[in-house]
Design a protein around this ligand. Structure first.
Ligand code: IMP
Ligand code: MG
Length: 183
C-alpha cells in the first residue's frame, strides 16, 4: 500500500520506502564488517519487525539465519503497558551464537530491555539490537541500541510493519497517524 493510498489517515509522512532502503543498506555494510566470517542469528520481533527483517536480510551480503519471537507490550491502543509476555519463543538454541535482535521501533525501551536480558541469559556469545526507529524523548530505560535507522519524534507512527489496531503494517513508508483515526 502506498502512502498516497491512505493519505487522509496520515498527518505527516516521516520516511519513504526509498529512504528506509537506503538507510538499511548503510547499516548492512556496517553489520557485514562487525560480523565478518560469522553467521549471525537475526531475531525478528513479531509482528512489527517483519518488513525491516525482510529488507535487511535481502540487503546483507553475508550468510545469516533468521528466527522470530512474539512478545506483547502494546494492546490495541497507543500507550506502552510495560508488561512483556512471550507469545512465541525462538526455535534456535542460542549457546555460543551471535544474536542481532531486529526491531521496528524503540519507544519506552521496556520491551527491548526485557528481551535483551532474556536472550543474554540463554548463553549467546553476543546479543545486540537493531531498531529501525527510535523515539528518544520516551526513553524510560537505558538500552544500548547498536544500529539505529532513524531518530523520530515521540508521536504515534504507522507503516512499514508498524500498526494501529493491526492496520497499516503494509504501508510503504512511515507516517504519523492522524488523530481522527483513533479518536
Ligand atoms: P516500547 O516497549 O515502549 O519500546 O514499545 C515497543 C513496541 O511498541 C514496539 O515494538 C512496537 O510494536 C510498539 N510501538 C511503539 N511505538 C509505536 C508507534 O509509534 N506505532 C506503532 N507501534 C509502536
Ligand atoms: Mg514491535
Amino acid at each position: 500500500m502506498k502512502l498516497d493510498d491512505v493519505s487522509a489517515d496520515l498527518e505527516e509522512v516521516l520516511l519513504t520506502e526509498d529512504q528506509i532502503h537506503e538507510r538499511l543498506a548503510e547499516l548492512s555494510r556496517q553489520i557485514e564488517k562487525d560480523y565478518e566470517g560469522e553467521t549471525p542469528l537475526l531475531v525478528g520481533v513479531l509482528k512489527g519487525a517483519v518488513m525491516v527483517m525482510a529488507d535487511l536480510a535481502k540487503e546483507l551480503r553475508m550468510p545469516i539465519e533468521m528466527d522470530w519471537m512474539a512478545v506483547s507490550s502494546y494492546g490495541s491502543g497507543t500507550q506502552s503497558s510495560g508488561v512483556v509476555r512471550i507469545l512465541k519463543d525462538l526455535d534456535t538454541d542460542l549457546i555460543g551464537r551471535r544474536v542481532l535482535i531486529v526491531e521496528d521501533i524503540i519507544d519506552s525501551g521496556l520491551t527491548l530491555s526485557w528481551l535483551l536480558a532474556n536472550l543474554r541469559s540463554r548463553g549467546a556469545k553476543s546479543v545486540d539490537i537493531l531498531a529501525l526507529l527510535r523515539k528518544p524523548d520516551a526513553a524510560k530505560v537505558d538500552v544500548e541500541v547498536k544500529y539505529v535507522g532513524f531518530e523520530i519524534p515521540s508521536r504515534f507512527v504507522v507503516g512499514y510493519g508498524l500498526d494501529y489496531a493491526e492496520r497499516y503494517r503494509n504501508l510503504r513508508g512511515v507516517a504519523v497517524l492522524a488523530p481522527h483515526v483513533y479518536a
